[in-house]
Design a protein around this ligand. Structure first.
Ligand SMILES: *[C@@H]1O[C@H](CO)[C@@H](O)[C@H](O)[C@H]1NC(C)=O
Ligand SMILES: *[C@@H]1O[C@H](CO)[C@@H](O)[C@H](O)[C@H]1NC(C)=O
Ligand SMILES: *[C@@H]1O[C@H](CO)[C@@H](O)[C@H](O)[C@H]1NC(C)=O
Ligand SMILES: *[C@@H]1O[C@H](CO)[C@@H](O)[C@H](O)[C@H]1NC(C)=O
Ligand SMILES: *[C@@H]1O[C@H](CO)[C@@H](O)[C@H](O)[C@H]1NC(C)=O
Ligand SMILES: *[C@@H]1O[C@H](CO)[C@@H](O)[C@H](O)[C@H]1NC(C)=O
Ligand SMILES: *[C@@H]1O[C@H](CO)[C@@H](O)[C@H](O)[C@H]1NC(C)=O
Length: 419
């Protein structure tokens, strides 16, 4: 704690010059060219480094890679011996550590390969967001009571290396927080009956994780294009329940990242963006206690499937064409999760059938892309790949179905005309 507060004081009173925007950390494509033209940013004090200036973020999530969500990949889950189990925690506890390590490592080596990265690049994507759990730092796991697969770090390094080589911007997201940030959801890595994250000792474990990850990001070549770390994905949508997350965890996690950078002598031009969920998410104002907001970024998740928008195609298009996802004033914002899925009760009816309604889904995709690129710094689709046989949850399948163009420059620029 002492070192954190010392650092906060330094930031407030200390070498302000280090925080005046200077030259951007550059992001290189495979051919050595600068992927994002940040020359304009370099002289523009109102811009943030480490974000594309001439390009928007156009990305996909690596869902079910390091935080397995069984609903997305039932076949793989069953083949791993985890059938019927809710989460990674439950599966590891069932299989035992050694067998679990073996099946998870087989999963990490096959779910996303270098050819996936190559394919994403050929589609004009420039960003990946990688959900991870705190258990990737294995000494944080309580060996007597917590059960998670081991050996993930080298696969994270491998996929980041491929993505860096291909010139991608990379966001690493703490998707599975210590104790679980929401109840009964496999996307935290455990199916916890209550959210156990919101206490000091769990915050402290998460801060240790972030400090470790920050150090790795700045010292490992494969991580050279990691430009953003999200400090917790989708906390409980109740401002009171998560009050200490905003007042304690957010500033301390921010300080942990900056402190790790300071220890390495990282200058402002190489500082990571620190991302939190935006105010629209519903966990309160993320900035409320953040006295230092240098290189912050905000994450918006937009699933009309779970919204209160009238379930009609015209209402969906109208909302997607007009709803400004940066309207809460949090900036820069990236729409870090969204899909083409519609409410469960209608999704397989003939009116919404993906095998006959491609023209709607294609227009809706375009409408979302146009609006997110107009109002925010870009978007990241959930997710790249699934075994659902439903392109509404898979970018790769949607391209194969002709719903998403093979080259994003083919998105219909008139998709919102009339809305
Ligand atoms: C990059 O941006 C600068 C400043 O706006 C501009 O002068 C330059 O031509 C741009 N370079 C490329 C390759 O687009
Ligand atoms: C500086 O960046 C901001 C935000 O991206 C932009 O609105 C503004 O036009 C830029 N100013 C100049 C002089 O490029
Ligand atoms: C996409 O199309 C644009 C415009 O035709 C072209 O400049 C670009 O090279 C294409 N991108 C890829 C990855 O093929
Ligand atoms: C989670 O599920 C358990 C068991 O079904 C239930 O008792 C508990 O209330 C649920 N928790 C929440 C927050 O919904
Ligand atoms: C930072 O990471 C490097 C390896 O990338 C490691 O050698 C070093 O011990 C780490 N430092 C800290 C403080 O964890
Ligand atoms: C829909 O939800 C938004 C917040 O997400 C709220 O502002 C709005 O009032 C709600 N509309 C209806 C009709 O419930
Ligand atoms: C683009 O969208 C507009 C508005 O929906 C539509 O009229 C037009 O036919 C579309 N163009 C293509 C090439 O699909």
């Amino acid at each position: 704690m002492y070192i954190f507060s010392l650092f906060v004081i330094l930031l407030l009173t200390g070498p302000a010059r280090a925080w005046i925007p200077g030259q951007d950390k550059e992001i290189y494509a495979a051919d050595g060219s600068n992927l994002f033209n940040n020359t304009a940013l370099a002289t523009n004090a109102s811009s943030k480094r480490w974000l594309p200036s001439s390009a928007k973020i156009r990305g996909v999530n690596l869902g079910s890679m390091f935080v397995f969500e069984p609903w997305l990949a039932q076949t793989a889950w069953t083949n791993m011996g985890c059938g019927g189990l809710n989460s990674e925690f439950d599966c590891v506890s069932h299989l035992g550590q050694a067998q679990a390590n073996s099946v998870f490592q087989a999963h990490w080596s096959s779910w996303i390969t270098q050819s996936d990265i190559t394919q994403m690049q050929s589609y004009g994507l420039n960003t990946i967001r990688i959900p991870v759990g705190y258990w990737m730092k294995e000494d944080l796991v309580y060996s007597d009571s917590e059960h998670f697969p081991q050996g993930g770090l080298s696969y994270l390094e491998q996929v980041c290396g491929w993505a860096s080589d291909a010139g991608f911007y990379i966001i690493i997201d703490l998707h599975g927080a210590p104790g679980a940030q929401v109840a009964n959801n496999s996307d935290t890595g455990q199916f916890a009956p209550s959210p156990g994250f919101y206490v000091d000792y769990q915050y402290s474990r998460a801060e240790t994780f972030l400090s470790w990850l920050t150090n790795l990001t700045h010292t490992t070549n494969a991580f050279r294009n990691v430009g953003m770390i999200e400090i917790v994905n989708e906390p409980v949508q109740n401002a009171d329940t998560v009050a200490t997350m905003r007042s304690s965890y957010y500033p301390n996690a921010y300080a942990a990242i900056r402190s790790a950078e300071s220890a390495l002598g990282i200058t402002a031009s190489n500082a990571l963006h620190v991302q939190v969920m935006n105010e629209l998410w519903g966990s309160g104002d993320p900035k409320q206690y953040l006295t230092n907001q240098n290189f912050m970024a905000y994450d918006d998740h937009r699933y009309l499937k779970w919204s209160n928008i009238t379930t009609s195609m015209s209402a969906y298009l109208s909302d997607s064409c007009t709803n400004n996802r940066a309207s809460d004033g949090d900036t820069p914002t990236i729409v870090g999760e969204w899909s083409l899925s519609v409410p469960d009760d209608v999704q397989w009816t003939s009116a919404w059938d993906p095998s006959t309604q491609q023209s709607f889904y294609s227009q809706w995709f375009a409408a979302q892309v146009l609006t997110y690129e107009k109002n925010t710094n870009g978007w990241i689709f959930w997710t790249w790949k699934s075994q659902l046989g439903d392109y509404r949850w898979s970018y790769q399948d949607a391209v194969a179905a002709g719903v998403i163009p093979q080259n994003l420059s083919g998105v219909n620029a008139s998709a919102c005309s009339g809305y």
